[in-house]
Design a protein around this ligand. Structure first.
Ligand code: ATP
Ligand code: MG
Length: 276
């Protein structure tokens, strides 16, 4: 799209931008998705988090198959929380020396690369997992700053974060089983969330949906993977303990880890297609 066309487009949808934060990256990413004919309007902002803002959009059903979509746009670099995330990149080799050095020294360019890596990692992880039928939003499109994905909720309200759901004992047990199964499904696809908590699980109509996968790690590469799996399981179990579900997080995590390692040792040709 030319600059002139983009600015006309932006004027045409002055109402939409009013519902965005005052930030150019959001407007540019939204322009992109509008231009691609995927969304038609921004309904409202759902939440501004530490790393990103999430907006509810009306979708173009003929191009997306959906009526509503979530538009997650990462904050501009100067507003992101660039804590040391080298632990998450352990085992990932970056070919270009210039990029490696920039990441290490946290130069402006290094932060740009890191920012783009997050979006790419979230996009790719969501794709792999949703194709495999895991309970995560399905991603539809991405730019270097934003991801458009299926929305969990309805027009009135988004799904609640697990931390604010007050389930009965039975519902709590069911949600617990769902989240544990989700962790296992991720692991079967070589994904450990890395930041799992009652904030990053949404609950809608009794179903748990795992979100926010920009820090996901691959246990085949990352030497801290087992510890991260343990931490994810600990955090989830701590939450469920508060709503009456007692469990043994150490045993759960070691069973999951051993199950994953064992499956990994079975030769490819002997593996039965996993039913997930
Ligand atoms: N697909 C979705 N459908 C409905 N709501 C969503 C969706 N994705 C995110 N949200 C809402 O937006 C919030 C922030 O999303 P997310 O956790 O991905 O971003 P974040 O900036 O990394 O957040 P934080 O740093 O606070 O964890 C979620 O907790 C949830 O309430
Ligand atoms: Mg989050």
């Amino acid at each position: 799209m030319t600059g002139a066309a983009a600015s006309t487009n932006r004027k045409d949808r002055a109402l939409d931008t009013d519902r965005l934060n005052d930030d150019e990256a959001e407007a540019t990413a939204l322009d992109h998705f509008l231009g691609e004919g995927l969304v038609t309007d921004v309904v409202r902002i759902i939440k501004t988090g530490k790393e990103a803002s999430v907006h509810l959009c009306r979708a173009n059903r003929s191009t997306t198959g959906e009526d509503l979509l979530a538009f997650k746009v990462y904050h501009p670099l100067d507003r992101r929380d660039f804590r040391d995330e080298s632990i998450y990149r352990d085992g990932e080799w970056i070919k270009e020396r210039r990029v490696r050095v920039a990441l290490k020294k946290k130069t402006r360019f290094g932060r740009e690369v890191q920012g783009a890596l997050w979006v790419m990692r979230e996009w790719e992880t969501l794709r792999t997992l949703s194709d495999a039928g895991a309970p995560v939003p399905r991603p539809l499109a991405a730019t270097e700053d934003a991801i458009l994905m299926t929305y969990v909720g309805d027009l009135e309200a988004p799904a609640s974060q697990l931390r604010s759901v007050r389930p009965s004992r039975e519902e709590a047990r069911d949600l617990f089983e769902q989240v544990m199964r989700a962790i296992e499904l991720l692991l079967i696809r070589n994904v450990i969330h890395g930041d799992l908590s009652a904030y990053n699980v949404l609950v809608w109509e009794g179903r748990a949906v795992v979100i926010d996968l920009h820090q996901a790690v691959d246990p085949r590469k990352n030497r801290h993977a087992e510890a991260m799996l343990q931490r994810d399981v600990d955090r989830v179990c701590e939450h469920f303990e508060r709503v009456g579900v007692t469990s043994s997080p150490s045993r759960i995590a070691s069973d999951l880890w051993n199950g994953w390692r064992f499956a990994d040792l079975v030769p490819e040709e002997l593996r039965v297609e996993l039913e997930i």
